[in-house]
Design a protein around this ligand. Structure first.
Ligand code: DX5
Ligand code: ZN
Length: 217
């Protein structure tokens, strides 16, 4: 049984709280918060102040995806009573192990993400320390891109490593997830599926959340 984390990147920013509540009420397990700095990725979204104002709303816990160059400096700002995971990119961290330790010291779960071109071997030495591994199935920066199939192989490999070594991180995939590929992704061993444009771009957002959940549960 896999979980669904709708990405706010594709929400209507003029009614962010309303839409975050809508997906939560209809079965979203997490709210995926995409933070982009225009430096690590070629796009800018929102920061901690915007995310914190969502605390007033009745939503699922936050799964924060930091696509920024200096996560050590900014991660503390994203800790709220609703923050469950803070995930950083392997490619953005000079001292990845230290960054993961720092997130744990903030009292939240720590995730590490790898871009499509980054092999699992790049995070092998921190797999025992992380709570979540986020496999990017598009190059980060934008919603609505096409799923890159190498992500499926990575999910399978991570699931194998986890079973062999007795680790307990969850596996998440992000980018190009739709109703067609969701089942295969879940069956490959993915615990949390992020979906942005396919959720918030739907005519009936509530119905789309339920459709995803029916496929992956
Ligand atoms: C991309 C973001 C994703 C994005 C996914 O850089 O990290 O979370 O919102 O959007 P879709 O589901 O439209 O590919
Ligand atoms: Zn994301």
């Amino acid at each position: 049984m896999s979980k669904l984390a709708p990405s706010l990147l594709s929400a209507d920013f003029s009614k962010l709280g309303e839409q975050a509540e809508l997906v939560s009420k209809n079965g979203a397990d997490y709210i995926h918060v995409d933070v982009m700095d225009g430096h690590f990725v070629p796009n800018i979204t929102f920061g901690a102040l915007v995310m914190k104002s969502l605390n007033k709303c009745d939503t699922a816990p936050y799964d924060v995806h930091l696509m920024i160059t200096d996560p050590d400096k900014y991660a503390p700002g994203f800790v709220t009573e609703k923050t469950e995971y803070i995930t950083v990119h392997q490619e953005a961290c000079t001292h990845l192990h230290r960054t993961i330790q720092g997130i744990h010291e903030l009292g939240v779960k720590a995730g590490v993400s790898i871009n499509p071109a980054t092999p699992i071997s790049a995070i092998e030495n921190v797999l025992c320390d992380v709570d979540l591994v986020l496999v990017m199935s598009v190059n980060p920066g934008f919603g609505g891109q096409k799923f890159i199939p190498v992500a499926l192989e990575k999910i399978r490999e991570l699931a194998k490593i986890r079973a062999n070594e007795g680790y307990d991180f969850v596996i998440e995939v992000d980018g190009g997830v739709d109703l067609e590929n969701a089942k295969e992704i879940a069956e490959a061993g993915c615990d949390i599926l992020v979906a942005g444009s396919q959720v918030f771009g739907a005519d009936d957002i509530a119905k789309r959340v339920k459709e995803f959940k029916a496929i992956i549960e």
